[in-house]
Design a binder for this molecule. Structure first.
Ligand code: SF4
Length: 939
């Protein structure tokens, strides 16, 4: 990097300095002292000196690299920019990354642990000490463990932001207490992938693709938004064509070569029609399909009297999917037949360079949405593009989670509040049903942690969550671990402030592209101070106020649960370097970097750094491909030692040891294969058949609960898409980021001009949208970028608080009245929109937006898919002009109806409680926290 001695200046310290390259990213050798002009001092040229310390963004799941600029004069973080040495994000961020500085400096932020004074939800908060918090929870959890009430301890996570840490903590405690947000997010898409290949997320190699098909808006908001968006554009620049299925003209669809505005839920029909075209026109990869699909098992089981040949399998497929003609798919979806045919052919010609991805979107909206992901993967299978350059890999092949020291064994208990008998195949925990299960007396919670999770606001039927959280018999003790106020924290016993991206340690890896990397989130002020000779014991000593980092919280709590080590817990939280001493958080990561990351010690040594110093310096590391290959890993050959004591099934080629599959023979060679029962890609799922769903044993089309035929357009019924994200907001954590709210502060209802005329509304008018259990009132945005018959409302906005001066950040929330007005009826009315306020930040007095959007999720009942367990978000609504008594932001909910809808959907399930093998769930299926195999069996 060339030095540009623009001008000599005198620093406050008196030393002479030189402003260096102003145009590009600082090179790492200058990160210890980077100099820039102070923009606010212009036209004077005043230099500022920064220490640049990398960390990882915490504002979505993508885990992009950030660089914190610590002002050496003030000792405070001045700004965040992208880290060009991060393999996923490569120096680029979306608006939410740099907005981390708003979160650090938010005048509304919670700086000290708070304890409720009055009743839950009364809003009387008192400052307390971390000691009091830790002792209270340790006593409660210790008693639950000693009295064998282990299922009464629950950790419920929204944004995880780390890999493996909490699973280790819960394992050490011996509880089956990991709950997540996943069944309002992705469990359906995950199920569609898992049932094929035993891994539950896709990882497309967009940059090298020839054709890209997205069912979600990845360029603007989708999964791994910024890292994938970069590579989609690279793929396009290299000549790839892009097709986007989305009923709404998202920014992504507007950048595509093909916008495919399918009727929600009909995507499966379109994808199966495309699969049929590949078969009919011989555009499929015959060799790959023959080698890697479990067609032998399918024919032997379902067509035993017919020829057991691959050619016959193709004949059977053509027969099976005969009805999925382009005209059928066009009728279902509203697309043109020619478009479906054209895209299918382009996919076939792209072959092994066909990249595809779906997340949330159609999979999250519809009953049977998991079949969308399953049908999409079918196209990847038929093109032989699984884990190829330009294709789509299972996530595990592009992700790296290093092992920590001393991993606890799995717990021996099974928690039916998480995986109840009605949902044996649920991909993740049945999170949204927790209030119903507690109400039905299926259990109670002695200690409940919500962690960066806001179910009152995020989940369907949020008033059920309020009722649960305010019931001290159902939830005895609740702490909200959160970096920001939330509607849920309001109902907690303790609100515990946790660090934002620059105030905590975490290790993350995501499948952003065809590589494996780890990213190291770190508390930058602690690192800065320690570098400057100020060692500290805990991160909170460097953070604002008494903001803790969670890693240290769990270590402290675990020590207090098991102070003398007699419960066998404490040993997991003792130093691997100083036997018997409490683990220092630095030691946890030091051990991982020294022992579990291939290539890192060598890379560090080359720079005369320890592995920890390397990660503190660069913030990320890409595993060398020779140590962690990423393509076609199913074709890793088993060594002869791996085959000791194994048997081979002559029909399927499956290799087993003591009944457990370990690999598969293909063309005379023993391969690792996929982590499925057959070790192949399971077109045919014996699991679905054996577990109550024989009609879904092969990919098929399930009519959504909002299928076109269920809509009575003449009665004013529309399909509401309530799930789309805005690229500038974080699900439920934008309230502390003023820049983001300045950009996005409304969520009007998208309505097509034809429908608007029919309803009699214009842009800006208020409309009432009535669901099965209530209604909400919002403004209308008339726009032709949506299919007629469909309306859409982004889920990000409509934050509320119940008191003037506290609760959800005032940048983002309306002051509301929310109350149960009579038996079962809840009403919300806005008392005051967003207003300027006085604070340390002068910008708070300059707020110009008044309406902060309208909340809608309270008016949705739960719709748990009976197979995947996913909440099916799309709603049938009636849309009409607002009534004279309606006001912007009004919400009305009838919880009695909500309970009836819950029971209707529960009745769709097929519990498998009488199985001869006594299993609660197939042993091969993954769980985010996996108990011991013995726990899978009923007593
Ligand atoms: S995409 Fe944006 S919010 Fe997500 S990690 Fe990257 S910079 Fe942060």
């Amino acid at each position: 990097m060339t030095e540009i001695p623009l001008e000599q200046h005198i620093a406050p310290s008196g030393e002479q300095m030189t402003v260096r390259d102003l145009a590009s990213c600082p090179p790492p050798e200058q990160w210890h002292d980077w100099v820039e002009y102070d923009a606010k001092a212009w036209p004077r040229k005043v230099e500022r000196h920064y220490a640049i310390i990398p960390t990882i963004c915490f504002n979505c799941e993508a885990a992009c690299g950030l660089m914190a600029y610590v002002d050496k004069e003030t000792g405070r973080v001045k700004k965040f920019e992208g880290n060009p040495y991060h393999p996923g994000s490569r120096g680029r961020n979306c608006a939410k990354g740099p907005a981390t500085i708003n979160q650090v400096n938010d005048p509304e932020r919670i700086l000290y642990p708070l304890k409720r004074g009055g009743k839950r939800g009364e809003g009387k908060w008192e400052r307390t000490t971390w000691d009091e918090v830790l002792d209270t929870f340790a006593t409660k959890i210790r008693a639950a463990i000693l009295e064998d009430r282990r299922n009464e301890v629950m950790y419920h996570v929204g944004r995880p932001g780390h890999d493996g840490y909490m699973e280790r903590v819960l394992g050490a405690w011996g509880v089956d207490g990991h709950n997540s947000h996943t069944n309002v997010c992705s469990s359906s898409a995950r199920f569609g992938y898992q049932i094929w290949c035993g891994m539950d997320r896709p990882s497309p190699d967009h940059a090298n693709a020839r054709f890209i098909l997205l069912i979600s808006s990845h360029l603007e908001t989708g999964h791994y938004f910024n890292p994938q968006a970069q590579r989609i554009i690279e793929g396009k620049m290299n000549g790839a064509k892009l097709a986007v299925m989305d009923p709404r003209l998202s920014n992504t669809a507007s950048m595509a070569d093909y916008w495919l505005p399918t009727w929600p839920g009909s995507e499966t029909a379109v994808l199966l029609a495309m699969a049929r075209i590949l078969l009919v026109e011989n555009l499929y990869n015959r060799d790959y399909t023959q080698r890697w699909v479990n067609w032998q098992e399918y024919l032997a089981t379902e067509h035993p009297t017919e020829p057991q040949t691959f050619d016959h399998f193709i004949t059977v497929l053509l027969d099976l999917y005969a009805e999925y003609t382009p005209s059928f798919a066009a009728r279902e979806s509203g697309l043109e037949e020619e478009t479906i045919i054209d895209i299918a052919r382009q996919i076939g010609h792209a072959g092994t360079a066909f990249a595809a991805h779906t997340w949330r979107a159609a999979t999250a909206g519809n009953l049977g949405g998991w079949q969308v992901a399953r049908a999409l993967w079918f196209l990847s299978v038929l093109t032989g593009s699984i884990g190829t350059p330009g294709g789509t890999a299972p996530n595990v092949w592009n992700k790296f989670v290093p092992a920590p020291f001393l991993k606890p064994g799995p717990s021996e208990v099974w928690n039916e509040l998480l995986f109840p008998p009605e949902y044996p195949l649920a991909n993740y925990e049945m999170s949204i049903l927790l209030p119903y299960f507690l109400k039905e007396g299926r259990g109670k919670l002695a200690a409940y942690f919500t962690r960066v999770y806001n179910p009152v606001w995020t989940n369907p039927d949020g008033t059920a969550w309020i009722e649960m959280l305010t019931n001290e018999q159902q939830v005895e003790l609740h702490a909200a671990l959160t970096p920001v106020w939330s509607e849920t924290a309001w109902y907690a016993d303790y609100v515990l402030p946790m660090g934002v991206a620059s105030e905590r340690h975490d290790l993350m890896s995501q499948e952003t592209h065809a590589a494996r990397w780890i990213g190291f989130r770190q508390p930058v002020l602690r690192v800065y101070k320690e570098r400057n000779g100020e060692p500290m014991e805990y991160t909170y000593q460097a953070n604002p106020g008494e903001v803790w980092e969670e890693d240290e919280f769990w270590i402290e709590l675990s020590w207090r649960i098991d102070p003398d080590g007699s419960l066998g817990i404490r040993k997991y939280f003792e130093s691997p370097y100083r036997p018997g001493h409490k683990l220092a958080i630095e030691e946890y990561y030091r051990w991982i970097f020294e022992n579990s990351v291939p290539g890192l010690p060598e890379a560090a040594a080359q720079e005369q750094l320890t592995p920890l110093e390397y990660m503190r310096t660069y913030g990320s590391f890409e595993i060398p491909v020779d140590k962690a290959p990423v393509f076609t890993l199913n074709e890793r050959e088993l060594k002869s030692v791996d085959l000791d004591g194994t048997k081979v099934d002559t029909l399927s080629g499956r290799i087993t040891r003591n009944g457990a599959p370990v690999g598969v023979m293909v063309d005379g060679k023993a391969y690792e294969g996929f982590p499925t029962p057959s070790r192949k890609l399971e077109f045919y799922s014996a699991t679905l058949k054996e577990w109550g769903w024989p009609e879904y044993a092969v990919p098929g089309y399930i009519h959504s609960h909002v299928h076109r035929d269920t809509m009575n357009y003449d009665m004013g019924e529309y399909l509401l898409i309530p799930t789309f994200r805005l690229p500038t907001l974080i699900h439920t954590r934008s309230g502390n980021a003023k820049w983001l709210y300045e950009i996005s502060n409304a969520n009007p209802v998208w309505i097509h001009p034809v429908d608007a005329e029919r309803i009699g509304v214009q842009t800006g008018d208020l409309a009432r949208l009535t669901t099965e259990i209530g209604y909400f009132v919002n403004r209308v945005w008339v726009i032709d970028g949506i299919r007629p018959g469909i309306v859409a409302c982004s889920h990000h906005l409509g934050r509320w608080r119940l008191e003037t001066g506290q609760g959800t950040d005032r940048w983002a929330s309306a002051l509301v009245e929310l109350a149960k007005v009579n038996d079962g009826i809840w009403r919300m009315r806005q008392l005051e929109g967003i207003q300027p306020f006085t604070s340390d930040d002068p910008d708070s007095a300059r707020i110009f937006w008044r309406e902060g959007g309208v909340h809608q999720n309270l008016t949705f009942p739960v719709h748990p898919d009976p197979v995947s367990g996913m909440h099916c978000w799309h709603q049938k609504v009636t849309v009409e002009p607002a009534h004279h008594e309606d006001a912007y932001g009004d919400v009305y909910v009838d919880t009695r109806k909500a309970h009836m809808v819950y029971q209707e959907w529960l009745a769709l399930t097929r519990p498998q409680t009488q199985r001869p093998d006594g299993l609660r769930r197939p042993l091969w299926m993954i769980r985010p926290y996996r108990p011991a195999a013995s726990a899978f069996k009923r007593e």
